[in-house]
Ligand binder design. Structure first.
Ligand SMILES: [Zn+2]
Length: 350
């Protein structure tokens, strides 16, 4: 079934829907340059599901499972149950290309990533996964917390790429969604002294406010409001905005980001809402505002575990719903996640 270095992961506990991409595929059948071939698990068709989950001995984007290490059958070794709890990093890169050899394996053109067509998602009761992408969880770290390493990894990678430090003021647009929230929690853990959150959803902003930003600002979806809203945002920050994370990726949010960020600052585009945007790029370039692109993450699981386990980052408030693993329950989970409202992270209990 598999060779040395792979784990067979048996689902036992929970996984979670990743709202930003799994439910985008669920509702629209496409995201960015990726298109979903089939939406349902059914014989040989693509398995839809979380891009990762965590296992009781390993973690998968957001699934908790029991991991069984299987030794090589070629040398007659006996099947060995390890019974470890792990968190799984969902992307399997080639390890041979220029990007992989250079350390940027997240940019590998041959990446095989859970739930990114044509690769199956992880909504299955067994998953085979490379051992080097399975990270042992500390005894006092729950499987649900382990599952949260995946979304938190997006925040960690974004903050690393934007060089967030104890001297960096941070603005987050689309802050009330899961990725906006993990970006905020990460920026805070990196020492960011002042963080302002912006979103269009008042309910979600009120939830986000409890997680510790210095200020929140509600905005509209109307592009004509940008200048007034930028003034509100800058007033809320009180000092220059060093780094802005756009966790939405729409023309309006990028316009706001490029306008609000201080000269010489950075705009990190995290969300992938629009493939093409109309934004005031020239004025931003004339103020030396850099645009930083990020794609997924690399080498983030160990740090995520180190941030979650000692309580430097509390991810539990982000888990708002839990469902079972039947077809009906899974459909409800995705519907709940896609609907938004009060759902942040939705866990599936296997
Ligand atoms: Zn590669």
């Amino acid at each position: 079934m598999q060779s040395d270095g792979n784990f067979v992961l048996y689902g036992r506990e929970s996984c979670s829907c990743r709202r930003e991409d799994d439910t985008v595929f669920w509702s629209s059948g496409a995201m960015g340059s990726y298109a979903l071939i089939l939406l349902r698990r059914n014989g040989n068709v693509a398995i839809f599901g979380p891009s990762s989950f965590s296992i009781r001995n390993t973690q998968l984007h957001t699934i908790m499972v029991q991991m069984v290490q299987r030794q090589s059958m070629m040398n007659g070794a006996r099947l060995q149950n390890v019974i470890k709890r792990v968190a799984m990093e969902p992307g399997i890169s080639c390890w041979h290309c220029f990007h992989c050899k250079g350390g940027s394996y997240n940019l590998c053109p041959d990446m095989k990533f859970f739930a990114t067509p044509p690769i199956h998602g992880s909504l299955a009761d067994q998953v085979v996964h490379p051992a080097d992408l399975c990270f042992k969880l500390p005894e006092n770290m729950s499987l649900e917390e382990g599952a949260m390493c995946e979304p938190l990894s997006v925040g960690v990678h974004a903050c690393r790429c934007a060089n967030v430090s104890a001297e960096t003021t941070v603005l987050i647009l689309g802050a009330a969604g899961p990725i906006g929230l993990v970006t905020m929690l990460t920026a805070r853990s990196f020492g960011a002294p002042k963080i302002v959150l912006v979103d269009v959803d008042s309910h979600r902003l009120s939830v986000a406010k409890k997680l510790g930003p210095d200020a929140v600002v509600q905005v509209s979806t109307n592009t004509e409001d940008v200048n007034n809203e930028v003034a509100q945002i800058q007033e809320a920050m009180g000092v220059g905005i060093d780094v802005t994370f756009d966790c939405v990726g729409f023309s309006k949010t990028m316009t706001t980001a490029l306008t609000a960020t201080t000269s010489g600052g950075k705009v990190c585009l995290v969300g992938m809402g629009h493939n093409e945007m109309k934004v005031p790029l020239t004025p931003a370039a004339a103020r030396e505002v850099d645009i930083v692109g990020i794609f997924r993450y690399k080498n983030t699981w160990p740090l995520c575990i180190d941030l979650i386990n000692p309580g430097k980052i509390d991810v539990k408030p982000l888990i708002t719903h839990r469902f079972g693993f039947s077809q009906d329950e899974v459909e409800k989970a995705f519907e709940t996640s896609a609907k938004g409202s009060d759902a942040i992270k939705v866990m599936l209990n296997l």
